[in-house]
Design a protein around this ligand. Structure first.
Ligand code: SF4
Length: 285
């Protein structure tokens, strides 16, 4: 369910398929990650309160029983806490059955908010933030121009969780390429262990023409992983994850070769066993 009068394509996490997608911004405030083509041609703008409230009224006519709302586009947390509170308050008064509001949060935007501000947002109704960690390796984060280092990413993830908001973290298999695969896997596991997100999803690197990473591949500066190498990297990542609280794990994104799901650490051995079966298949055993 998309209420949209803006430009460009609309993206949302798979888990928000049944949510009302409300574009409070158009595009991404960062819009500089070397692998990302999502909003590359979309000029970033924040919608005015009048526009947003008008969209909410339109949505109420079409979808009055809305329970979940996803605030799009790329980094809704770029808005001030006051703006977000006023939008959530309008949503609550418009949709009596509303149970949760969710959004993407860029690490720098999260770090611009205090734990107290995030807690107030959670109490107002912001229940889940999706954070693209992508990698826990500083070299990879610099190369893909994520805009933060690994410890800033840890601080952002921990801050969301400290406020009581659920954190859905995403990492990208293959983002270190052939050269940095091992350090990408090990350091991503290290960062994930420090954050211990509520939900963890792995995506597999997809190269899009026109992105800086795609250009690097053309120049031979970045060698993508093969399917088998991607599975080996996932095994290295999973093997090194050691959470202290349960974390829902999914690798069900369309980009992935092998859909896996379970709860970490409880299902770690089962997930590794499923993964090993497929790796053996590649080895012809
Ligand atoms: S922050 Fe997210 S949406 Fe924005 S450029 Fe990076 S990956 Fe793309």
């Amino acid at each position: 369910m998309i209420i949209d009068h803006g430009k460009g394509l609309v993206f949302r996490p798979p888990a928000e398929a049944n949510s009302l997608i409300l574009r409070i911004t158009i595009g991404c405030s960062h819009n500089a990650c070397a692998f990302c083509a999502m909003y590359r041609r979309t000029k970033f703008l924040v919608r005015t309160d009048d526009e947003i409230f008008h969209l909410i009224e339109l949505a109420a006519e079409k979808y009055p029983l809305t329970r979940r709302v996803f605030l799009a586009d790329g980094n809704a947390l770029v808005l001030s806490t006051e703006q977000l509170l006023s939008i959530i308050s309008k949503l609550k008064s418009t949709f009596p059955k509303l149970t949760r509001v969710a959004c993407y949060g860029g690490p720098r935007d999260i770090l611009r908010k205090t734990v107290n501000e995030l807690t107030v947002l959670r109490e107002a109704g912001l229940k889940i933030v999706y954070l693209g960690i992508e990698s826990g390796d500083d070299g990879v984060l610099i190369r893909v121009n994520k805009g933060v280092n690994s410890m800033e990413m840890v601080a952002a993830g921990q801050r969301v969780l400290k406020s009581g908001i659920k954190l859905s973290a995403m990492v990208i298999l293959g983002l270190g390429g052939n050269e940095k695969s091992a350090q990408h896997a090990l350091n991503t596991a290290r960062v994930l262990n420090l954050i211990n997100p509520t939900i963890l999803s792995t995506l597999t690197l997809t190269l899009y023409e026109g992105t800086p990473l795609w250009e690097s591949v053309q120049k031979g500066e970045f060698i993508p992983l093969s399917k088998e190498e991607t599975l080996l990297e996932l095994r290295q990542l999973l093997s090194n994850i050691q959470f202290s609280r349960p974390c829902i794990f999914r690798s069900d994104h369309a980009s992935n070769l092998l859909p896996l799901s379970g709860t970490l650490n409880k299902d770690k051995d089962k997930l590794l066993s499923e993964l090993n079966d497929v790796i053996d298949f590649f080895h012809g055993r």
